[in-house]
Structures are given as C-alpha cells and as structure tokens.
Design a protein around this ligand. Structure first.
Ligand code: ADP
Ligand code: MG
Length: 258
C-alpha cells in the first residue's frame, strides 16, 4: 500500500500473570487505508479486543509499532495518547454504554461539554449527528424509552460527534436481532463512506462481513487469514441486494413485500 492510514509492524502484546506470560498478540503486521471497513473475526481469546485496544491507543504494545496518520502511538506519553484519542477516535460498544438518566442529546453532548465546547455549538453538533443516524425525532428520549437498535444509534451518534477519523466497534451488533443488525451496519457503512471514516470492528457474526473491505481472521494472537475484498464501482448496489436477500431469508414466512 502506497500511503496507508494505519500501519502496524511487528505488534506484540504480552500480559504477565505472575510467572506466566500470555501472548495476546504475536507479531501482527497490517496496513489499512483511510475510509476502509475492517472486520476482526476469530474465536474467543484470539486477540481481537487487544488489537482493537492497541490501535485505539488504550493498550501499549510490548513490542512493535502502531502508526496512525503518521503518528507513532507507541511513542506517545499518556497525555498525548489521550489527546490523540479525543481528536481521532470514536467508540461503539456491544452494550451501548449510554447513561440511563440522560436523554439522547445529553448522552451525545457529554464529551463535548466536558471539553468546554460552547452550548450552542455542542447542541448543533448533537442534533446533526442524531439526525444523521435517523433519530432527529427522538432527541429527548432516555435510553429506556428507546429500542435496542435506537440505543445503538445514539451510541453511534455519540461516537461521531467529535468528528473521528476512526470508529472502533467491539461487537456493535452483538445485542441486536438480525434485521436491526443489518440496519445498524448499513448506517455505519453509509456514514463511514460519506465522512471518510475508517471502521475497525470486532464481530462474531459472519453475516456482518458483507460490509467489510478487509476481513482479518485471528487465532492465538496472530492474523491467520487476511481477506481483502476488491471494491468494484457497482459494489454497493450488489451489496444492498445481497443484504436484502439475507434479511428476506432471516424473516422467512413474513410479509410479501418489503
Ligand atoms: P478476544 O477479544 O479475541 O476474545 P482478547 O484480546 O480479549 O481476545 O484476549 C487475548 C488473550 O489475552 C486472551 O488469552 C486473554 O485471556 C488475554 N488477555 C487479554 N487482556 C488481558 C489482561 N488485561 N491481562 C491478562 N491477560 C489478558
Ligand atoms: Mg473481545
């Protein structure tokens, strides 16, 4: 790759548990371009979350390099990593991690309030991203007044409000039914393409790999298989059809029209 946005070189992460050493990542090498969607797959304990956390600057490598947009993450101190994250990174979690007592607007604006962004600005930013995820008419609902899919949309809006370049998602559809999972992934992909955001997501669900540009199958802390899909110009139409077919199959015996 000529100008990778993310480069990982010889990334190794060892956790020491008393006398025992756990190799969570073993010599991982990887290049990712800006705006690509990456799915991390593999059995439990294979290193998916550790790789995600290392790329997000949450976990310092034992060995190796992580270069994002020309910045060597492994060389930054804690304050610099925190700044890097607040400027570049958004997170989406399986369990949404919304604050139950706050409404959608408040959940989305919290990080901007903490940063000292003026009220007028953060409110406008929150309305923009909540509309983007299709919740323009649910601004003042609290999490328990929203469906699971809607709560995940709020958490996506929260991840986007700081205008990240990378969106990290650990099992974002893990708590959602199949139809809602496809809707949420459709949304993530549409926004990622529109705003040129790189998406790195962990998933158990092979069906969700229809959205990926790269699939990384991990085993024992290493990338066992790296599948790169070639992006054809007509791919999104074909993809949409593929998704429609999968949804139709999943809701078999349902309605006649879609
Ligand atoms: P996955 O997300 O694929 O299930 P993880 O990245 O969470 O896997 O874990 C990879 C390996 O590293 C596992 O063997 C796990 O037990 C170990 N591990 C992860 N985090 C820690 C930690 N903080 N301390 C010790 N061992 C850890
Ligand atoms: Mg994990």
């Amino acid at each position: 790759m000529e100008n990778p946005f993310i480069s990982v070189r010889h990334l190794t992460k060892v956790f020491s548990m008393g006398d025992e050493k756990v190799y969570a990542l073993r010599d991982v090498n990887l290049e990712i371009a800006r705006g690509e969607i990456i799915c991390l797959l593999g059995p439990s304990g294979s290193g998916k979350s550790t790789l995600l956390n290392a790329l997000a600057g949450l976990e310092k490598p034992t060995k190796g390099e992580i270069i994002v947009g020309g910045i060597h993450l492994e060389q930054l101190n804690e304050a610099q990593v925190t700044l890097f994250r607040s400027l570049n990174v958004g997170f989406v979690f399986q369990s949404y991690n919304l604050i139950p007592t706050l409404n959608a607007m408040e959940n989305v604006t919290l990080s901007l309030m903490v940063k000292g962004v003026p009220k007028k600005e953060y409110e406008a930013a929150a309305k923009r991203v909540l509309s983007l995820v299709g919740l323009g008419d649910r601004l003042y609902h609290r999490p328990n007044q929203l469906s699971g899919g809607q709560q995940q949309r709020v958490s996506i809006a929260r991840a986007l409000v700081g205008k990240p370049k990378i969106l990290f998602a650990d099992e974002p559809t893990g708590n959602l039914d199949t139809k809602t999972s496809f809707e949420v992934m459709d949304l993530i992909k549409r926004i990622a393409r529109k705003e040129n955001i790189t998406v790195i997501m962990v998933t158990h669900d092979e069906e969700m790999t229809v959205y990926a540009d790269h699939m990384l199958h991990m085993r024992d802390g290493a990338i066992e298989r790296h599948t790169r899909k070639n992006e054809g110009t007509n791919r999104s139409a074909a993809e949409r059809q593929e998704v429609r077919e999968i949804i139709a199959a999943a809701s078999q015996g349902g309605r006649d029209n879609d």
